[in-house]
Design a binder for this molecule. Structure first.
Ligand code: PLP
Length: 395
């Protein structure tokens, strides 16, 4: 497998740190603050003109802790500028508010992260913005047929939430750009393994809450762009909306990021080992893990990604009920039942009945669960899953 964690490991040991020849501590300091003091009015006036820069203006415009994390995430994503926001969901909603206006139309994949769908169907609809949901496996021609003169955003998420459909991002981006629309991508699963700006994406979204934080103890999001005009739109919206992220959480994200590559390396391998074991079990209809040869979307993953994280789906044989899939989850002792992902601990989430689909893509052939593989020994996880499968199959 092509794998970019080696390059990531070196990057993450050196990015966003004070200069090595300065007499200082290894890590950027944790800075908290609202008021910035100026020596005189000339500097006060000059600061107001620096709102697109990493300048000390006022607390909401960021401080050195935010700037360090912005630089680190922009480098991971291969973009030029990054805005850190309070949560991953805020990283979804901020660019939508920034780049859409009343009367616009947006295209969103049917497999989109649920609260992003909720934002489109609730807040954006109220603001006069309409959204059509499309099959995530749509072709370029299929997308072109859905574009309207008012379509200004093509939203993407690859692989999709819970069911891991891969999208042909370069092909979709070409169509979107030909119609003058922006391409947004929720790149939380791809992290660094998918380089959004090399594949036609304009605005990349990350929930840093997941693998970057890595310890299930922070909430944080990032929006990265690679174009000065896009940065001005995004940065202006962030300022207008009063977006802000806790410096304590940013500092913890910086700490988490230092070990991201080794955690991802372990979790990628462990996730694939566990997924492969599950794929060979008679209770399992299919495993929704794009890095698994033969799995749905594997070809696109192999073409565009240099690695994989450890979040994937499992579809049980249709002879098992949804209640049986709940018994499976409850029988596990190393996988906690819970939302979110990317921490050091393994998680399970039964998903049948909890996901909304409106573009006819919701039938997977049997009850589904989502697994997140943490840093435990995969052999222990497999033994735990064996007990879970026994509970699934119990009469
Ligand atoms: C794909 C995806 N995007 C965004 C988010 C939102 O992140 P947060 O929980 O930090 O709001 C999540 C959270 O589960 C997610 O799975």
């Amino acid at each position: 497998m092509r794998n970019s964690t080696d390059r990531l490991a070196t990057m993450l040991s050196h990015l966003a740190r004070p200069a090595q020849d300065a007499r200082c501590f290894v890590n950027p300091p944790l800075t908290r603050g609202s008021t910035v003091l100026y020596p005189d009015m000339a500097e006060r006036r000059a600061a107001g003109k620096q709102r697109l820069e990493q300048a000390l203006i006022y607390g909401t415009m960021g401080n050195p802790t935010h700037f360090a994390l912005e630089n680190l995430v922009a480098a991971i994503e291969g973009g030029s500028r990054c805005q850190i926001v309070s949560t991953g969901l805020a990283a979804v909603t901020l660019p939508l508010l920034a780049f859409l206006k009343s009367g616009d139309h947006m295209l969103m994949p049917d497999s989109v992260y649920g609260p992003a769908r909720g934002f489109a169907e609730g807040m954006l609809k109220k603001l006069g913005i309409t959204t059509s949901f499309y099959d995530p496996a749509i072709t370029a021609a299929g997308l072109a047929a859905l574009m309207r003169p008012q379509t200004s955003v093509v939203y993407t998420e690859s692989p999709g939430s819970h069911t891991f459909e891969m999208q042909d991002i370069p092909a979709l981006a070409e169509v979107a750009h030909a119609h003058g629309a922006k391409v947004m991508l929720d790149n939380t699963w791809g992290i660094h393994f998918f380089q959004p700006f090399e594949h036609g994406v304009d605005i990349s979204i990350q929930a840093l809450t997941k693998y970057v934080g890595g310890h299930s103890d922070i909430l944080l999001g990032a929006v990265t762009v690679n174009d000065d005009a896009d940065w001005e739109v995004l940065r202006t919206a962030a300022g207008t909306l009063g977006q802000y992220a806790s410096p304590d959480d940013c500092w913890l994200a910086l700490r988490g990021a230092r070990t991201l590559a080794v955690r991802l390396e372990h979790q990628m391998r462990a996730g694939i080992e566990v997924a492969q074991w599950l794929a060979g079990r008679p209770e399992v209809l299919s495993v929704l893990h794009p890095a698994l040869p033969g799995a749905p979307g594997h070809d696109l993953w192999a073409r565009d990604f240099s690695g994989a994280c450890s979040l994937f789906g499992v579809v049980f044989q249709p002879r098992y009920s949804v209640e049986a899939s709940h018994r499976f989850a409850e029988a596990l002792t190393l996988f906690g039942i819970g939302a979110s992902w990317g921490g050091y601990e393994s998680l399970v989430l039964p998903t049948t009945g909890f996901i909304t689909r409106t573009a006819g893509t919701g039938d997977f052939g049997g009850p589904t669960v989502r697994l997140h593989v943490g840093l435990e020994n995969p052999a222990d996880l497999i033994a735990d899953l064996q007990a879970g499968l026994a509970a699934l199959a119990a009469p």
